[in-house]
Design a protein around this ligand. Structure first.
Ligand SMILES: [Zn+2]
Length: 193
């Protein structure tokens, strides 16, 4: 990437700065936080380790005023703590403050596992609500549920759900897709209630 100039002066830190440092026996890659070199932005660093995860380092210094000594001082604050997941012996990389993407201070494996678990919980809640809706339609005599995906160039893909008493024919579903100006007419899914 090209080095930016600030008031005619070249910054003392390269926008391509990166360094590998050893923290608690771990080889950690440190690089500039994306975008921290734009005018007026504060210097920020992002440290990464495949097992210990990532950590941010922040400073009040703007990128244009910061010096390599600021980088060194920030990097010295990196620590390896123990993953907070009960029984886990993996390290967790710690920078300045709590990581918004890792509030439980887990190692990378447990952080990712936690995201999957949380997503599954949300999905389970959605499934329960959907099952209640489906049961209500079934109670009214509807036996089929068709999902018609609408693909349009002028907006995001959208699913249209139809409840039907009889099994819908492909032509019936295509008609629905055409009516909503989908450029794909047969992206449908039909299930029995
Ligand atoms: Zn862990």
């Amino acid at each position: 990437m090209r080095e930016p100039k600030f008031s005619g002066k070249k910054s003392t830190i390269s926008v391509n700065f990166h360094r590998t440092v050893v923290v608690g026996g771990l080889k950690v890659r440190v690089e500039l936080e994306p975008g921290c070199w734009v005018r007026g932005a504060r210097l920020g660093l992002m440290a990464n380790h495949p097992v210990a995860g990532s950590a941010r380092l922040t400073t009040r210094r703007t990128f244009e005023k910061a010096t390599p000594a600021d980088l060194d001082a920030m990097i010295r604050r990196l620590r390896a703590a123990k993953c907070r997941y009960a029984g886990c012996k993996n390290p967790n990389l710690v920078g300045d403050g709590r990581e918004p993407g890792n509030p439980k201070a887990y190692c990378e494996r447990h952080r990712l596992k936690d995201i999957v678990t949380a997503a599954a919980k949300v999905q389970a809640e959605i499934d329960v609500k959907q099952a209640i809706v489906d049961a209500a339609w079934r109670g009214k005599g509807y036996r089929y549920k068709a999902t018609v995906w609408i693909h349009r160039d002028d907006r995001d893909d959208e699913a249209v759900v139809l409840y039907l008493k009889d099994k819908p024919t492909p032509a019936r579903l295509r008609q629905e897709a055409r009516r909503r100006k989908s450029r794909i007419l047969d992206d449908v899914h039909v299930e029995r209630l």
